[in-house]
Design a binder for this molecule. Structure first.
Ligand code: NAP
Length: 254
């Protein structure tokens, strides 16, 4: 009998999948049967570990080093995926950086780094996969935003601006691509316990952070991966242009 969520025969490219939410997503997608391309940039060893766990699920897995802030590296990664598997069913635009930068101290290079890694990368990858998805009769794109994109975030205005833009990008592309059977959705996590946020979650701001979360804890990466998997699955075939909040109720308090 077919499982309720079954990605057998699907090919998924996940950016930033050596750690954190991307890693949890790769492992969950492997459990659901999807073949995978796991993108990493600096941590090859971690990416190899993710790949070797994923392979125990009897799926094909490749790891691929690419700096997603580079258009040419994004394009080469999509070409690699297509050459290897002959199609790309699902693109998860997950990579992101979150750096402290008060507006009056923010350098141009800090600003550009965040804009290009968090936002331009999604344009590069999406522009490259869309023609392939159109040709193959459909596809599924899932972008990772943040509560910061919904209510803003002090001292991280560049980050929040990219995450807000990801929401409007998702909505724009969902209508632009719907007639090609390409769904475009977004997951907006609140605090998640990963390398990105761990020091804040155990630091002096811990109480302040948890006070704003009705469920009174940060998420585990697997709890974000679940929403991503749902959107990629056949349970969500009529959902496009949607932003799924996975934040313990936090935005309601913001
Ligand atoms: P993380 O633990 O810091 O992991 C970041 C991932 O991105 C790593 O796999 C890293 O790969 C990769 N990466 C970094 N620079 C890259 C580059 N130039 N090219 C390609 N990959 C690169 O982050 P996370 O917490 O899982 O965050 C994942 C997404 O969720 C991000 O978009 C983030 O904004 C969003 N989010 C996170 C939180 C949170 O509280 N953690 C909350 C809301 C939204 P290497 O290590 O191999 O370089």
């Amino acid at each position: 009998m077919k499982n309720l969520i079954d990605l057998k025969g699907k090919v998924t490219l996940i950016t930033g999948a050596s750690r954190g939410i991307g890693k949890a997503t790769a492992l969950l997608f492997a459990r659901a049967g999807s073949d995978l391309v796991i993108n990493y940039f600096r941590n090859r060893k971690e990416a190899e570990k993710v790949a070797s766990i994923a392979k125990t699920r009897d799926v094909q897995v490749e790891i691929y080093k690419a700096d997603v802030s580079s258009k040419s590296q994004c394009e080469k990664m999509v070409d690699f995926t297509f050459k290897k598997f002959g199609k790309i069913d699902i693109l998860v635009n997950n990579t992101g950086i979150w750096k402290y930068a008060p507006i009056d101290k923010m350098t141009v290079s800090q600003l550009k780094e965040t804009l290009s890694l968090n936002l331009e990368s999604i344009f590069y990858l999406t522009a490259k996969v869309v023609p392939l998805m159109k040709k193959q009769g459909g596809g599924n794109i899932i972008n990772i935003s943040s509560t910061a994109g919904q209510r803003g975030e002090a001292y991280h205005s560049h980050y929040a601006a990219t995450k807000g833009a990801i929401i409007s990008l998702t909505k724009s592309l969902s209508t632009e691509l719907a007639s090609y059977n390409i769904r475009v959705n977004c997951v907006a996590p609140g605090w998640v316990d990963t390398d990105m946020s761990h020091s804040s979650l155990i630091g002096k701001d811990r109480k302040w952070i948890l006070d704003q979360i009705p469920l009174k804890r940060a998420a585990e990466p697997e709890e974000i991966a679940g929403a991503i998997l749902f959107l990629a699955s056949d349970l969500a075939t009529f959902i496009t242009g949607e932003i799924i909040n996975v934040n313990g109720g936090a935005v309601l308090c913001g």
